[in-house]
Design a protein around this ligand. Structure first.
Ligand SMILES: NC(=O)c1ccc[n+]([C@@H]2O[C@H](COP(=O)([O-])OP(=O)(O)OC[C@H]3O[C@@H](n4cnc5c(N)ncnc54)[C@H](OP(=O)(O)O)[C@@H]3O)[C@@H](O)[C@H]2O)c1
Length: 247
């Protein structure tokens, strides 16, 4: 098996790498922090190749992935997990920060998949896993860039899923709620239904195994967010403003 994971140096990505090290012949792990990738590689039993790449350096990312694809008979799965948040604050986001976040959370996914999709189409198989977020369903005023980037990802997934389905390639969109990681460690507010990293990853792995097209969890948090999203606009805005004030 050949599995590519972006954002493997911490949090969900590192935990996913640990899980798949028991199944994968070769793991291809991508992130910026070399020391973390080396530490992870040394702790795993399978063959691990590490690539110190900033996913927002699209040319370098595409070049790296093209080389992996060329040197592999088969790509079984890619997990597009690398992502950042700008935290939660009430100030209107500066353009440069907004752009940087969009480059990492959204545009890099297309650079990542550009060399992989034709390979999977030729193979007539392969899984493309995208890590979106429940934050894509409603947009809080405190995290406009993050929610917007993840909602764009949902839309992207929908198109790609139906493009590659006839070729036997699966697209799995994962929408987690709060899970313990370096990203959520920065949040000072109380995070509802916060899951341990291992529990979050267990659920993600199961969704991948079951080839769920979309997996939103934890269920109760998803239902709450979905209900808010379905409210008439003026009521929905009042609920969002009240939740925003509480943070
Ligand atoms: N934790 C949650 O509650 C939660 C909920 C919903 C969705 N998610 C999503 O889950 C994914 C993983 O996040 P996490 O919670 O595990 O946070 P995390 O521990 O901060 O992990 C983020 C990973 O992304 C990598 N990354 C960030 N910017 C990168 C860049 N420019 N180039 C390459 N790699 C980059 C980081 O590695 P380097 O810094 O070494 O580059 C790190 O390995 C993200 O897409 C996040 O949006 C998380």
């Amino acid at each position: 098996m050949n599995i590519i994971i972006t954002g493997a140096s911490s949090g969900l990505g590192a935990e996913l790498a640990k899980y798949y090290s028991h199944e994968a012949t070769t793991l291809h792990l991508i992130a910026r922090r070399k020391d973390r990738l080396i530490e992870l590689k040394n702790s795993l039993k399978c063959e691990v190749k590490i690539y110190v790449v900033d996913v927002s350096d699209f040319k370098n990312l595409e070049k790296t992935i093209t080389t992996i694809v060329k040197n592999s008979d088969y790509i079984d799965m890619v997990i597009a997990n690398a992502g950042v948040s700008l935290g939660h604050n009430s100030e209107f986001c500066e353009f440069e920060n907004f752009k940087k976040l969009f480059d990492i959370n959204f545009l890099s996914i297309h650079a990542l998949l550009t060399p992989i999709i034709p390979k999977m189409q030729l193979q007539h198989s392969g899984k493309i896993v995208i890590i979106s977020s429940l934050a894509s369903i409603i947009t809080m005023p405190s995290s406009i860039a993050y929610s917007t980037s993840k909602r764009a990802l949902n839309s992207y997934c929908e198109g790609v899923r139906n493009l590659v389905a006839p070729d036997g390639v699966e697209v799995i969109n994962i929408l987690p709620g709060f899970i313990k990681s370096e990203m959520t460690d920065k949040n000072s507010f109380k995070m509802p239904f916060l899951l341990e990293t291992s529990e979050g990853v267990k659920r993600i792995v199961n969704a991948i195994k079951c080839s769920k097209k979309e997996y939103k969890f934890p269920k109760r948090f998803y239902i709450f967010i979905k209900l808010v999203s379905l409210l008439p606009l003026s009521l929905k805005d009042r609920v969002i403003q009240t939740m925003h004030k509480k943070k």
